[in-house]
Design a protein around this ligand. Structure first.
Ligand code: ATP
Ligand code: MG
Length: 201
């Protein structure tokens, strides 16, 4: 019997930033989830040459989420050898928690890329997806793409507006490399972890 509702936030979290945290909190409140599980990717299939150690990304995600008791972090993908497929992760989580209804959360940039993911039709059949607004892509284009995905791959995708933050891990990594401040774009403790461990230099 289903008695819990949980959101899954997948990502490389390289590093985790305020955009991710705002999204998770908005979705948690609107859907009244019991929990949001952040799942840092091990070796993301679409990001060749991800240089940051998966465990550094996992630790930064832990640090960023300590103050919220409904945010948890799973090591399911960082522990896995070989590529991380969301499909496998979802199947594993459903097996581990049979009493839970899962929702997979993505930004709009990620949802329109779903057809390129591993076995997209099967993936979409496993749970409902929530696509949250992210700056950069026109709303009409998003709606058209989501309709296409629903028509061709039979997915259940709900579009949700959240306060838009033009923050990306790519921009943060570039700032740190150049020595430009990234203050307030990510939790201060995560920034301290990056400096202490000399990441992105
Ligand atoms: P990168 O620049 O390295 O790709 P990113 O900022 O896109 O990093 P990811 O770890 O790739 O972060 O994103 C994980 C998930 O969070 C994706 O579904 C992505 O769409 C979503 N996301 C990331 N940043 C935002 C944001 N600012 N607003 C809304 N969604 C976001
Ligand atoms: Mg990204």
């Amino acid at each position: 019997m289903i008695n819990r509702k949980v959101g899954i936030m997948g990502g490389s979290f390289n590093p985790i930033h305020q955009g991710h945290l705002v999204v998770a909190n908005e979705v948690l409140n609107i859907y009244n989830f019991d929990e949001i599980i952040f799942v840092p990717a091990g070796i993301p299939p679409h990001k060749n040459g991800l240089k940051t150690n998966p465990w550094d990304r996992y630790i930064m995600t832990q640090i960023a989420t300590v103050s919220n008791d409904r945010f948890t972090v799973s090591d399911i993908e960082v522990k896995r050898t070989g590529k991380s497929y969301t499909l496998e992760t979802l199947m594993r989580l459903q097996e581990m928690y049979p009493d839970t209804e899962f929702y997979f959360i993505t930004g709009t940039d990620a949802i329109i890329d779903i057809p390129n993911w591993h076995e997209p039709e099967k993936l979409l059949s496993l749970c409902k997806f929530i696509a949250v607004s992210r700056p950069g892509i026109d709303k009409d284009i998003i709606e058209k793409k989501i309709k296409e995905i629903k028509d061709t791959l039979n997915g259940h995708i709900e579009l949700m507006q959240v306060p838009m933050l033009q923050i990306s891990s790519t921009d943060i990594r570039e700032r740190i490399k150049k020595g430009v401040s990234a203050k307030y774009l990510l939790p201060e403790t995560v920034e301290q972890y990056i400096i202490k461990n000399n990441l992105y230099r």
